[in-house]
Ligand binder design. Structure first.
Ligand code: SF4
Ligand code: SF4
Length: 475
């Protein structure tokens, strides 16, 4: 028998959505397994369960030839090469049932004080007029989240915009209300807030420090790079204001987790420099997200420009790999998320929890699949007043299952990628697939090398990791 050594200590996570398959024929071979090589030799990635094995080189060469045969099956290969691989698949094409709600974001202010050409949200207005969420709608949204959550489960209330701190009084009010209502209902409540940090005040910082908050700051580079993309009124520097905001947090209260998110456009500076800059500002994590859909196409990363994006992401990843291998921290969010997901054996038929455990409430109290899909009728999911619409959620989960989508069903990366952000796919299709596979192929190699160089990196953290960057560098 060929002995395979599985890398990673934990059994794969249960599939997020979908359900265990009946013993039906598996999909095409090239969608099931991928051979890759690292400094440690040859390895096999098995899509089902996102498992990674060491592979003797002669076997690797044969498996590579086999993966070129589109209709070969994993059981046939396992029998032929005597590989202990075949197991009942963990995901089939059966859509997930809508789970209990775990997270609801409130679009408390559908307006912004900056004017950014790459903003997906039309400065928070989502194509409509500027408006803020009434207090009674925000309280009703919190009540709805608590009513729809699994008994005793933690829930997350998110504050989005536009710029949510323009609705400062409401944010403070809702944090108090949700904390009290959650305690009464037996649900610990955590909070997240995404901000440009240009208007943060000492009382906001104290609020962030006093409650379990994850704060994500939009950062687009150094002063020149940030200000070129984020225009403040009257020609002021949005970057200077952001730096002043960081001072306010340092002096008056820092959230439990403070991350920076960089929206990458063709006009963004070199990513390794932007990453170093963000880390130098003291963020707990810095992550990238390519802008695939913007009101002005000049800000979009396209199929043509994804190659350069991949090159720079890998350069950042190599730097993270070197630092972490030497036992030093390096908070490159996309890399950390990918390492954690590979180690956990994360495999899922959806890109994210949008329309499943996560919904977003518009200022008027409409429910949508996520914060980017607010006011889009194709992703309407009920209302705060009447509750989530189960039929709309079922339809969404059926349509979005990665094994039902072309070309995803024949992609080896499908249970790590999940088929792409619904917002981007609905606007621009899937221009970034080669990038996603290239990045994940790098991450597989890096995972094996980091496991060897610094196994302690994968020891369980003292508390759940709070990374906010996606693994793929898309939304
Ligand atoms: S979106 Fe692209 S990379 Fe992701 S699963 Fe589909 S085909 Fe693969
Ligand atoms: S990945 Fe896309 S669809 Fe999913 S939550 Fe993020 S923005 Fe929304």
């Amino acid at each position: 028998m060929t002995v395979l050594l599985q890398i990673g200590r934990r059994p794969p996570e249960p599939a997020e959505g979908g359900r265990a398959a009946p013993a039906a024929g598996p999909p095409a071979a090239c969608a099931e397994a991928k051979v890759f090589r690292s400094a440690q030799g040859a390895h096999l990635f098995v899509a089902d369960g996102s498992r990674v094995y060491d592979l003797p080189e002669p076997v690797a060469a044969r498996v590579e030839r086999w993966t070129a045969t589109p209709d070969a099956s994993l059981p046939d290969l396992a029998r032929e090469l005597d590989l202990p691989l075949w197991s009942r698949p963990r995901i089939d094409g059966t859509p997930a049932e809508p789970p209990p709600l775990a997270s609801l974001s409130l679009n408390v202010m559908q307006a912004c004080n900056l004017s950014c050409g790459h903003c997906y949200a039309d400065e928070g207005r989502f194509g409509g007029s500027a408006r803020s969420m009434p207090r009674h709608t925000a309280h009703a949204a919190v009540d709805r989240l608590l009513a729809e959550a699994a008994p005793g489960a933690d829930v997350v209330v998110g504050f989005m915009g536009g710029e949510p701190l323009l609705a400062r009084d409401l944010v403070h009010d809702v944090v108090g209300y949700a904390t009290r209502a959650g305690a009464a209902a037996g649900h610990p409540v955590r909070f997240s807030l995404t901000t440009n940090l240009t208007t943060v005040r000492p009382q906001d910082a104290r609020l962030f420090a006093a409650h379990p908050f994850t704060v994500t700051v939009s950062l687009d580079g150094d002063r020149a790079g940030h200000d070129a993309l984020r225009r403040a009124p009257g020609g002021a520097s949005a970057y200077d204001r952001l730096r002043a905001g960081l001072e306010v947090l340092a002096r008056h209260g820092r959230p439990r987790h403070l991350s920076a998110r960089v929206s990458v456009t063709p006009h963004t500076g070199r990513l390794p420099d932007v990453l170093e800059h963000g880390i130098g500002l003291g963020f707990d994590e810095v992550g990238f997200a390519a802008v695939v859909s913007a009101p002005d196409p000049a800000y979009e990363i396209t199929t043509r420009t994804f190659d350069g994006f991949l090159e720079q992401m890998v350069e950042c990843g190599e730097r993270a790999l070197a630092e972490l291998s030497a036992g030093r921290s390096y908070p490159f969010g996309n890399f950390l998320t990918a390492m954690q997901q590979l180690h956990r054996g994360t495999h899922r038929p959806y890109p994210c929890g949008a329309g499943a455990g996560y919904l977003s409430a518009s200022a008027e109290g409409g429910l949508y699949a996520c914060h980017r899909l607010v006011d889009d009728p194709a992703f309407a999911m009920g209302s705060v007043a009447d509750g989530p619409d189960p039929q709309a959620r079922r339809r969404h989960l059926a349509a979005g299952h990665v094994d039902r989508a072309e070309p995803c069903r024949s992609c080896w990366a499908r249970y790590l990628c999940g088929g792409g952000c619904y917002h981007e796919v609905s606007r621009r299709g899937r221009p970034g697939c080669d990038y996603i596979r290239g990045w994940l192929a790098f991450c597989l190699r890096a995972y094996v090398e980091l496991s060897q160089a610094a196994p302690e990196f994968f020891l369980p953290p003292p508390e759940p990791a709070a990374t906010t960057a996606g693994a793929t560098g898309l939304a």
